[in-house]
Design a protein around this ligand. Structure first.
Ligand SMILES: Nc1ncnc2c1ncn2[C@@H]1O[C@H](COP(=O)(O)OP(=O)(O)O)[C@@H](O)[C@H]1O
Ligand SMILES: [Mg+2]
Length: 232
């Protein structure tokens, strides 16, 4: 990401952010509410376009793509996980997980579905509807859905924000395993210092600017930095 600006009227949600994320890296983005975390994540993921600046994914300039190009990029090279799971209630777990493949007109590989479901601990739940699952299980379905297309990057916006502490830890452990064992590149917005401590690196945002970073952070270090940035 090079010199990203995003303005809404006179308000600068992003005020010149330059950030490089390496292949296989797990980066957490933190900052006070309104500091631009979601805007940055959405611009990085091709869900939103910056007012100026450039975004690259691998060799592709994301900011040079037209809307069909962006749609294809999101479908084929990027995975998303949101706080609210965003599962389709009428579909069972298997059909929710494989939805991105069917939307892309790609064949559903049953062996791959089984492997990913097992990876996220849902091997015995494929026939269940989302309403029959706990919050943690629903977020695992959303994660499996994000992984089914082998994305180069998974972007997650507050993926544990709706989960209780223990379930959040389980999902975070799973995310970290995907990074450590499968080399998944992962970018996660969070306001939880403990969640951020699962990342290799935490980048801090304040008022649309980068405000430092921490490598291999402890929850205490992250919490202290957040206090300095004026977050409650
Ligand atoms: N669609 C929008 N229209 C106007 N202002 C927006 C819009 N989206 C975000 N903002 C503003 O941009 C700033 C950054 O928002 P956001 O990226 O959502 O922050 P965060 O995720 O860190 O809480 C906030 O002041 C927010 O009100
Ligand atoms: Mg946000």
């Amino acid at each position: 990401m090079e010199e990203l600006h995003k303005t809404y009227g006179k308000m600068a949600a992003l005020a010149g952010v330059t950030l490089e994320i390496a292949d296989g890296e797990f980066v957490a983005m933190m900052g006070p509410s309104g500091s631009g975390k979601s805007t940055l994540l959405h611009c990085a993921a091709g869900l939103d376009t910056p007012s100026s600046g450039r975004v690259f994914l691998g060799g592709v300039e994301v900011t040079a793509l037209d809307e069909p190009g962006l749609a294809a990029l999101r479908r084929e090279r990027i995975g998303f996980v949101f706080q609210a799971y965003n599962l389709l209630q009428a579909l069972d777990v298997a059909d929710n997980i494989t939805l991105p493949l069917r939307l892309a007109g790609r064949p559903v590989d049953e062996a791959k579905l089984m492997a990913i479901a097992a990876r996220v601990g849902l091997g015995s739940r494929l026939g269940h509807r989302p309403a029959e699952l706990s919050g943690g299980q629903q977020q695992r379905v959303a994660l499996a859905r994000a992984l089914i297309t082998d994305p180069e990057v998974v972007f997650a916006d507050e993926p544990t924000g709706a989960l209780d502490t223990r379930t959040a830890r389980e999902v975070l452990t799973l995310l970290r395993e995907l990074v450590d064992e499968a080399g998944q590149t992962l970018v996660m917005v969070t306001h939880d210092p403990v969640a951020a401590s699962y990342a290799h690196r935490v980048v801090f945002l304040a008022d649309g600017h980068l405000a430092g970073e921490a490598l291999r952070p402890t929850p205490e270090q992250v919490a202290e930095r957040m206090t300095q940035l004026g977050a409650s």
